[in-house]
Design a protein around this ligand. Structure first.
Ligand code: ZN
Ligand code: ZN
Length: 373
């Protein structure tokens, strides 16, 4: 049965990040199992509640669904000790791994130094790479194949670090317990901390021969080809997170994430402004005066635009919903066309005559001698 994280921390749903941190620190301190009046069960609950509520993404998920994928998958399982990291390696969508090291941060001071042997078992590092895409691919989205060179799971040992076929024996250091207890004297009295065995990294088992390809690390550098979906409406400078496609962690302890920083190639005719697309259309003097049908290039192809008679230069026409689709929602921006009236520069003799006549007709006093020279 999943606990209510807010009531565990004694907080309302509207609690701020600071409230959560404060409540956690107070309660974790109060219930710490190695303290005289500690309560291990309470401590676990408080730590679990904090893990979720302190992470904005997990908190959002919890507020929305009343659970997190971590929680659902784990079935409300334990905290320190007997904690199997391999449960949290992959396939969590956006939640990533369960980072339970935080819970020890405040205690590492008390214990006078870091005893966090789990550090080696952290998931692999996140990667970031720049991805250049075409203007129209940013507008409409596209599936692209990328290849990246990264630390991936060792193919020989499949990440276990043990040579295939090698005998697995009980860890001599922890006798298969996977954890060791360290006791210290502190200002709070005798305290002890259970931490993962550094020999077997908490598994309780060690292989007789380590993997010859990765020297027991469980990781191997290689090139991976990956299909990625660029969402319609993405803009220059935005990042796409691909969960679990970062580097492999030590001995199968989970993958980091991959971030793709989007770089959109400029388009010769279009400029993007938010979800609107801007372009210019040159029209002649005559078209501006008499009106015309202009052909406008949009991302959807050519469309016709009626230029009314008497259109001034710099007038902007709006082509509704011909812009960029809104990222991860419905609807589209507009295409805004700015009309630029082009004054003729090279006139034939006949055209000059006609312009003069036009000028006379409109009653304008023109000095014909230095007009259009
Ligand atoms: Zn290997
Ligand atoms: Zn061990």
């Amino acid at each position: 049965m999943a606990q209510d994280y807010y009531s565990t921390l004694g907080l309302p749903k509207s609690a701020s990040a600071d409230d959560i941190k404060r409540a956690y620190r107070r309660l974790a301190h109060e219930h710490h199992p190695d303290k005289h009046k500690g309560n291990e069960q309470k401590f676990k609950e408080v730590s679990e509640a904090y893990q979720v509520l302190s992470d904005p993404e997990k908190r959002k998920q919890y507020d929305q669904f009343g659970t997190t994928f971590d929680q659902a998958r784990r079935g409300g399982g334990g905290f320190a000790g007997g904690f199997d990291f391999s449960d949290f390696t992959r396939g969590f969508g956006n939640t990533g791994g369960f980072e339970f090291e935080d819970a020890f941060d405040m205690f590492s001071d008390i214990f006078g130094g870091s005893t966090r042997t789990q550090a080696r078992r952290e998931r692999g590092v996140d990667l970031e790479m720049e991805l250049n895409i075409d203007f129209k691919d940013a507008v409409f989205g596209k599936e692209l194949e990328i290849s990246l060179d990264k630390k991936d799971t060792c193919l020989n040992c499949k990440g276990s670090g043990a040579e295939p076929g090698s005998k697995i024996s009980t860890c001599p250091r922890c006798h298969g317990q996977g954890q060791i207890r360290i006791s210290r004297s502190t200002i709070f009295g005798q305290m002890s901390q259970v931490s993962a065995c550094d020999e077997c990294e908490g598994s309780g088992k060690v292989p007789e021969r380590v993997c010859s390809k990765c020297q027991g690390q469980g990781i191997m550098r290689r090139t991976k080809k990956l299909k990625v979906k660029i969402p319609a409406g993405i803009d220059d400078g935005q990042r796409i997170r691909i969960a679990g496609e970062g580097e492999a962690g030590y001995k199968g302890s989970g993958f980091g994430d991959l971030y793709l920083r989007i770089k959109v190639k400029p388009h010769p005719n279009f400029v993007r402004e938010g979800d609107n697309i801007l372009s210019e259309i040159p029209i002649s003097f005559y078209q501006a005066a008499l009106g015309a049908i202009a052909e406008i290039e949009t991302v959807d192809g050519k469309v016709e635009l009626k230029i009314p008679a008497g259109t001034q230069s710099a007038k902007i026409f709006r082509l509704k919903s011909k812009g960029v689709p809104h990222l991860r929602s419905s609807g589209r921006g507009d295409h805004l066309v700015t009309v630029r009236v082009v004054t003729p520069t090279k006139l034939s003799k006949k055209e000059k005559e006609l312009f003069k006549k036009l000028a006379e007709e409109s009653g304008k006093n023109v000095d014909a001698s230095n007009w259009f020279w």
